[in-house]
Design a protein around this ligand. Sequence first.
Ligand code: MN
Length: 230
Amino acid sequence: MFYVEIYLISSSPKVHFIAIFLNYLYTLLLQKSAMARKAKVNRKTKETSINVEANLDGNGSYKIDTKIGFLNHMLEQLSKHSLIDLKIAAKGDTHIDLHHTTEDTGIAIGECIKKALRSSKGIKRYSHALIPMDETLTRVTIDVSNRPYLIWKVKLKVEKLGEMDTELFKEWFQAFSQAAGITLHIENIYGDNSHHIIESCFKGLARSLREAIEIDKRIKNKVPSTKGVL
Ligand SMILES: [Mn+2]
């Protein structure tokens, strides 16, 4: 993939050996950075401007500013529990309502994760999570398959969470699953508190994503599909 030459001017065999070794190290380093599962997406429309950076092999550190408090809180959960490092800066036409910013943030994060996955070689692909939060229990099942599909069986009793209309959450998950190419089934099994219900959906996505995109050492260089491509 890469070839690098470092020249050291000397006729000594020792120096020659050091040069070969340095070339080897530098080439290895370049290859590693080219294979890193990281990506950036800048998405700009007349309605929103969103920058996302993701590192799939991170440790769950984040810097998130969407100008929507509750959405920030949810996206922080996503990063924290998926171990995907996320940097998100979003500005949108929130003077109209929060619809465009919510939806486009889902698209941009989905695109960024898809881009960082590259060929999806070696990933575990399937996973699920059962997330309790006090009285609430939610199940999230995913297939990181390049087959976008959302099943959303979540009913919320209140119309607003923070300044967000609760109907926006389905929009976010729909946008995310479409852009990321992920089959995503979310079902709230039971629960009363709407904050808990939505937060358990984001945590469930995070936990199942964490496992599904993990590299399975036994199939490191193989795409997990009999088609040979995802
Ligand atoms: Mn909370």
